[in-house]
Design a protein around this ligand. Sequence first.
Ligand code: ATP
Ligand code: F6P
Length: 404
Amino acid sequence: MDTISHSIIAPKLTIFRYGLSPSKHLTLRSNSTARTNAASRSRVSAGIKIQNPPIDFSDPDWKSKFQSDFEKRFNLPHITDTFPDAEPIPSTFCLKMRTPVTEEFRGGYPSDEEWHGYINNNDRVLLKTIYYSSPTSAGAECIDPDCTWVEQWVHRAGPREKIYFKPEEVKAAIVTCGGLCPGLNDVIRQIVITLEIYGVKKIVGIPYGYRGFSDKELAEMPLTRKVVQNVHLSGGSLLGVSRGGPGISEIVDSMEERGINMLFVLGGNGTHAGANVIHKECCRRGVKVAVVGVPKTIDNDILLMDKTFGFDTAVEEAQRAINSAYIEAHSAFHGIGIVKLMGRSSGFIAMHASLASGQIDICLIPEVPFHLHGPHGVLRHLKYLIETKGSAVVCVAEGAGQVS
Ligand SMILES: Nc1ncnc2c1ncn2[C@@H]1O[C@H](COP(=O)(O)OP(=O)(O)OP(=O)(O)O)[C@@H](O)[C@H]1O
Ligand SMILES: O=P(O)(O)OC[C@H]1O[C@](O)(CO)[C@@H](O)[C@@H]1O
């Protein structure tokens, strides 16, 4: 199976791929790999070998075992795991209000009012919504050889009716680390505005990533709705970014000194590895701090999120390059345009830009192995395009053809 390639042909677009056996489509991940994968561009499922304990499909209970294992893996930690005595209070925020919920609601909402302002703790989002009747169905991703329907879900994010931090006692900090990504300022803005709606008054930005926790020259930046009102109109990060910086102990010391008890980190893999150890260090010290990770990946390759910020901008911008390549290729005799786009481990930008542009003939992405040569190879198809259309445009994601 792994040497025969075939192509899926959509109008004007060919994505080269191998025929994969169902077993190679497994998306099941262990707890640790789910997290690592999520942080390391794991939306890719086809073609990647996943190290998991094999499922014994001869066991008549395999499905219920799989589902309960899946449930355990997505069992979210809660603040009361670390602070069993933490007392919940009614939330001051509600999806239906644009000002903090006031005292008059503290005892509950009027019974005749349909409130629907919160996410229930048991709300779930189904990850797989397609029932494939056969492993040979186009795009089939099967757990087992018979392609049985197995429910996979994750918790639904959003505001809860009970909170554990009194807004007046919160000092929230926001930090942006790693490289830039479109949308960082939008996220900073929205965090500040939402915190204010909760009633939080003390909000600061930590300048230049984790470095801002140790460098005495870098003063924290007070953030209010007024400060962030128009920041989404400019690129980059209002706070600045950096790589490297202090050790975890120094960061947590600094947070304690500053009285920060809520930290929002915006960043990629490294940033989240840092956030994780900051959280662990806070737990070890017994300081009540909420560490919130906001994943930053322009590649949109986090399975558990609808879409990561910056992705749409990347797709939009990519189309300008595609359009230029198209014009060049079609103006030249037997012209071939090649556009290389971001995406070392996943090809969502390349695929979406290709589809949206309507100008790409071949799209090569890391998830889908292909041959350059041979009867089903890319070059053969390119020759066919030149012979029949006179020109062609190819879109290549950075990591295409590099997954072994
Ligand atoms: N394993 C780790 N433990 C603690 N901190 C880390 C770890 N890896 C990276 N960091 C810290 O996280 C910050 C950002 O990391 P990094 O430069 O790797 O960017 P990133 O978050 O992966 O973003 P990008 O995807 O843009 O590269 C740095 O300040 C770095 O010191
Ligand atoms: O060259 P680096 O820093 O490893 O990053 C490359 C990766 O970063 C991105 O450009 C953005 O995540 C990816 O498309 C690419 O895979």
